[in-house]
Write a new protein. Structure first.
Length: 232
C-alpha cells in the first residue's frame, strides 16, 4: 500500500470517530473510500442490529433507479452475498466476482439488474462492531472483466468496524426521525417513503415501525426506507 493510501485510510478511520451526523458521515465516508479505490456507484445503509433490516439507505445512480429490483432480489430471490448473510458470516466482506468465482452471470442480481444498468463487479460489506451489525455498504464498478481486488476487499474489511461505530453513533446521538406505525397484512405492498417506492412484506400480519430521515436539501430519489422492526 502506498503512503498516500495509508494516509487516506487513517483519515477515514479518524473521521469515523468524530461524532458526525448521518448525512455528513455518509458524504465523507464515500468520498474517503473513493480516495482508496475506484468506485462508480455506492450504496450505504443503516441497519437495526436486532432484525438486520435497513433503517435508512442512500443509493447513487444508477442504483437508485433500480431500488425496487434490488429490494426484490435482497428479500425474495436466492443469490450470493445477501447483506443479512454477510452480517452473520465469519467474513463480512465479499465481492460478486469472489462469491461467483468469476461467473457473474450465475447471479440474478447481476443478470437482471446490474448488467442492464452497465454495472459489473460489486463489493459488499456488513458493517459490524462486536457482534452487532449497524449498516451495509455496497460499492460498484462499471461492467468490466476486472473487478474488485482482494487488497481492496481487505481495506473495506479493516475500515468496516470503524464505519459501523460511526453509524451507531450517528443513530444514537443524532437520530431525529418521525416515527410511525402501519398495520399491514401478509404480502401487502406498503409505501415506506412517501415517494412511490414500495416493498413487498412477507410472512404473518405484522406491524411496521419506521421513520423518514429529515435531511435538509435531500432529494427523495436519493433515499429508500425499509422497516426498522417487524413484530407479530
Amino acid at each position: 500500500m502506498s503512503l498516500a493510501s495509508e494516509r487516506a485510510e487513517r483519515d477515514l478511520v479518524r473521521l469515523c470517530h468524530g461524532g458526525l451526523d448521518l448525512p455528513a458521515l455518509r458524504t465523507r465516508v464515500l468520498r474517503s473510500l473513493r480516495r482508496l479505490m475506484p468506485v462508480d456507484a455506492a450504496f450505504l445503509a443503516t441497519a437495526d442490529p436486532e432484525t438486520l433490516l435497513f433503517t435508512s439507505a442512500y443509493s447513487e445512480e444508477p442504483l437508485a433507479a433500480a431500488t425496487p429490483l434490488f429490494l426484490d432480489n435482497e428479500f425474495r430471490d436466492a443469490d450470493v452475498n445477501k447483506f443479512t448473510e454477510l452480517a452473520t458470516a465469519s467474513t463480512h466482506v465479499s465481492s460478486l466476482d469472489a462469491a461467483t468465482r468469476g461467473d457473474r452471470r450465475s447471479s440474478g442480481r447481476y443478470r437482471d439488474i446490474m448488467r442492464p444498468a452497465g454495472l459489473g463487479d460489486e463489493l459488499r460489506a456488513a458493517l459490524t462492531t462486536g457482534q452487532d451489525c449497524w449498516g451495509y455498504l455496497c460499492l460498484h464498478r462499471t461492467d468490466h472483466p476486472l473487478g474488485f481486488t482482494a487488497a481492496e476487499a481487505a481495506i473495506v474489511a479493516r475500515v468496516g468496524p470503524h464505519i459501523a461505530h460511526a453509524l451507531r453513533q450517528s443513530v444514537l446521538l443524532h437520530d431525529n426521525w418521525d416515527v410511525w406505525q402501519v398495520p399491514v397484512s401478509a404480502g401487502q405492498a406498503v409505501n415506506l417513503t412517501g415517494n412511490n417506492k414500495y416493498v413487498k412484506l412477507q410472512g404473518a400480519p405484522m406491524v411496521v415501525r419506521g421513520g423518514i430521515p429529515a435531511e435538509p436539501g435531500e432529494q427523495t430519489s436519493d433515499r429508500i426506507f425499509s422497516p426498522v422492526m417487524l413484530t407479530n
